[in-house]
Design a protein around this ligand. Structure first.
Ligand code: UT7
Length: 335
């Protein structure tokens, strides 16, 4: 019997309608469009305004988009993974609610959290389930309502993040397409530089933690930037070397969208031409777990069967890594 590889066979996405532009941010904090654009590449981001809706809303919409596009019967899904740093609640898992709402009645479901690398790590988990033959249809969703943990008086963070969701279906492939290789890393040194201090077991929520704004994202941007540039570039170069891929062999770089300058540093190290480097940060900002699947959704029409994709991410923790995947299909006709 031929070896089973885990291929992405369908993609879905959702972003909320409300657009928060750099111009509007200028009226909220001491910043300007020129600074944000030149330092990050971001022009606008999407925000889920409805107060009663959480990350599950974004995840369900993205999953429904995939189901509609692909004709997938949700009852056939074996497992639903939601990669997220902003679950609906600390307990119970967002993925369980999402699975039930989309009709994945025969699936088990759980959340996966590794900050901005949640989706990349989730790709490793989902594909391993499929490669081993244990499960046949694994739905991996990356979703974050970052606006729920951002202080909109802090110009260091509020200009960066946005809300969104994307998802992929992993299925067995017998022609060698799909997941090829990975290098994943983490380093606990990072937790001082990018964190939400309160609300966990070390510092549970209290009147004091709320007053001190300790439930919002804190980021030492300069330090995170330095680690992100060197680690993401290193690991992407290493996965190419490990798989004997030249820059001509790589068709697309699917990089986490945190800062255009970090993406540029990575693609330069890989020696890639600009047209192979997929970027949509100008539209959505940093959507944390949703950046990679939102790129797949926006650029799905460009991918051809057999294309070599390199995924790369860097995020809080620190967590980072690179995945090499062979695209498994030419664009499907949708109604
Ligand atoms: O996705 C998870 C991983 N996260 C990342 O990868 C993010 C990594 N970090 C970054 O992308 C960048 O560090 C930022 C975009 C967050 C900041 O850019 P930077 O070039 O590192 O700026 P900086 O923090 O060094 O600040 C430079 C200057 C400072 O002023 P002085 O001290 O030079 O007078 C800041 O006070 O820019 C000032 N500044 C701003 N000015 C206008 C900081 N934020 C803003 C702002 N608008 N929003």
């Amino acid at each position: 019997m031929s070896k089973i590889t885990a291929a992405i066979t369908a993609v879905g996405a959702y972003v909320p309608e409300f657009i928060l532009s750099n111009k509007v941010l200028e009226t909220m904090v001491d910043t300007n469009d020129e600074w944000i654009t030149s330092r990050t590449g971001i022009k606008e981001r999407r925000i889920l305004k409805d107060k009663d809706k959480g990350t599950s809303y974004l995840a369900i919409k993205a999953a429904e988009n995939l189901i509609e596009k692909s004709g997938l019967n949700p009852a056939e899904i074996d497992c639903v993974l939601v990669a997220t740093a902003t679950p609906d609640m600390p307990v119970a898992a967002t993925a369980v609610y999402v699975a039930t709402q989309i009709g994945a009645v025969n699936a088990f479901a759980y959340d996966l959290q590794a900050a901005c690398s949640s989706f990349l790590y989730g790709m490793s988990t989902a594909s391993a389930y499929v490669e081993t033959g244990r499960y046949k249809k694994v739905l991996l969703i990356g979703a974050d309502k970052m606006s729920s943990i951002i202080d909109y008086t802090d110009r260091a963070t509020c200009i960066i993040f946005g809300d969104g969701a994307g998802c992929v279906l992993f299925e067995p492939n017998h022609e060698g397409f799909g997941f090829q290789d990975e290098i994943l890393r983490s380093d606990g040194i990072g937790r001082e530089y990018l964190k939400i201090e309160a609300g966990g077991s070390i510092l549970p929520a209290s009147e004091e933690t709320v007053a001190n704004k300790q439930h919002y994202v804190f980021q030492d941007g300069k330090t995170v930037f330095k680690y992100a540039v060197s680690n993401m570039a290193d690991i992407s170069e290493r996965i190419m070397q490990k798989n004997n891929l030249s820059n001509d062999d790589v068709d697309w770089l699917i990089s986490h969208q945190a800062n255009k300058r970090i993406i540029d540093a990575t693609s330069q190290r890989m020696g890639l031409a600009d047209e192979k480097v997929l970027v949509n940060i100008e539209k959505y900002g940093n959507t944390t777990s949703a950046t990679l699947p939102l790129l797949l959704s926006d650029f799905e029409h460009k991918f051809k069967k057999g294309d070599n994709l390199i995924f790369a991410s860097f995020g809080g923790g620190f967590t980072w890594g690179s995945i090499y995947l062979k695209w498994a299909y030419d664009k499907k006709q949708t109604n």
